[in-house]
Design a protein around this ligand. Structure first.
Ligand code: UT7
Length: 332
């Protein structure tokens, strides 16, 4: 029997209009453009400011444009999978809200939370449905309104995160392109270093949790940094080696955009040049589950059919992983 591969046939991103730059941040907390650029590598990030709008609204912009540009009718979509840590509400799933707003009526939908590795985990999940032959068209979304959980009085975390969304259309093919291999890993011991303290079932929202500012991102930066550097590099090198990819045969490396220093350290371990690495952290910051599809979207016009691409991430959980794909079409 011919093997069915899962191939990306379209990608689209969306960033909210408002741009929060380092100068404005420096007026809000005790920081500077110089510190943020040297320690993290971010110049500006996009923020959704409209009251009452959430992650689904950011994602909807990307989904609508993707359906349009791939000539796909909402009725054709089988499955909508949304990776996010900032759902519109605890339930129902943001994927269901997006699907309803986009007029998608013949699909099932759910959310997936794997921190910054959410998109990689979601792409892996969706790949299984395609490879078994059960599904024909899947939307895999990474979308975040990180500004809804950022404490803009905490200089340790507020420069890092931004809002945004990216979505891909995943379809079957019998050609030798698409998702080739992946490895995902998690270790729950990492949860103490990166989490949100309140608002879940263990510590529901109360006056006390609000007074204690426990509805924001809590991150022990240095600890996360050390794990991120070693885990993302190790797993990326492993995926390269077991698929026989060398620095010369790798076309693109797409790393999670958390910190320029983490990206550079990973690229160095892989023995690849900076020109092979998709980097847009300077413009968008860390958009958590949205960083990888936002990179693919931005580089889409430069991609060629058969390009060897490795995606890699590290995030809350801890979760990390790497995925090897052969790109499926020539960028327009
Ligand atoms: O995407 C999910 C996974 N997350 C990550 O991968 C994030 C990993 N961590 C990091 O990227 C980095 O650890 C941070 C960017 C969060 C922090 O950078 P760092 O180089 O680890 O800084 P630090 O926390 O060690 O702080 C160094 C100094 C401290 O001052 P003292 O104690 O040395 O006097 C901080 O108070 O920098 C100070 N500092 C700041 N100074 C100016 C911390 N934040 C700021 C700031 N502006 N915004």
């Amino acid at each position: 029997m011919t093997k069915i591969n899962a191939v990306i046939t379209g990608v689209q991103g969306y960033l909210p209009e408002y741009v929060l730059n380092n100068e404005e941040l420096s007026r809000m907390v005790d920081t500077s453009d110089e510190w943020i650029m040297t320690r993290i590598g971010i110049k500006e990030r996009h923020i959704l400011r409209e009251k009452g709008k959430g992650t689904s609204d950011i994602a909807l912009e990307a989904v609508t444009k993707l359906l349009e540009k791939t000539g796909t009718s909402p009725d054709e979509i089988d499955f909508v999978l949304c990776a996010t840590v900032t759902p519109d509400m605890p339930f129902p799933a943001t994927a269901s809200i997006i699907a309803d707003k986009a007029g998608i009526k013949n699909a099932f939908h759910y959310d997936l939370n794997a921190g910054c590795s959410g998109f990689l985990y979601a792409l892996t999940t969706a790949t299984q449905f395609i490879e078994t032959g059960r599904m024909k068209k899947i939307l895999v979304i990474g979308a975040e309104k990180m500004s809804s959980i950022v404490n803009y009085t905490d200089r340790q975390t507020c420069p890092i995160f931004g809002d945004g969304a990216g979505v891909i259309l995943l379809e079957p093919t019998t050609e030798n392109v698409g998702v080739m291999d992946m490895k995902l890993q998690s270790d729950g011991v990492g949860r103490i270093h990166l989490h949100m303290k309140a608002g879940g079932s263990a510590n529901p929202a109360s006056h006390e949790t609000i007074d204690a500012m426990e509805h924001y991102i809590y991150q022990e930066g240095q600890h996360v940094f050390k794990w991120a550097v070693s885990k993302m590099a190790d797993i990326s090198v492993e995926i390269m080696e077991r698929n026989g990819i060398t620095p010369d045969t790798l076309n693109w490396f797409v790393p999670h955009q958390a910190n320029m220093r983490i990206i550079e350290a990973t690229a160095k371990r892989m023995g690849i040049r900076k020109e092979q690495v998709m980097i847009n952290i300077e413009k968008y910051g860390n958009t958590t589950a949205a960083t990888l599809p936002l990179c693919l979207w931005e580089w889409e016009s430069q991609l060629r059919k058969g390009d060897n691409i490795i995606l890699a991430s590290f995030g809350a959980g801890f979760t990390w992983g790497a995925l090897y794909l052969k790109w499926g079409y020539d960028g327009k």
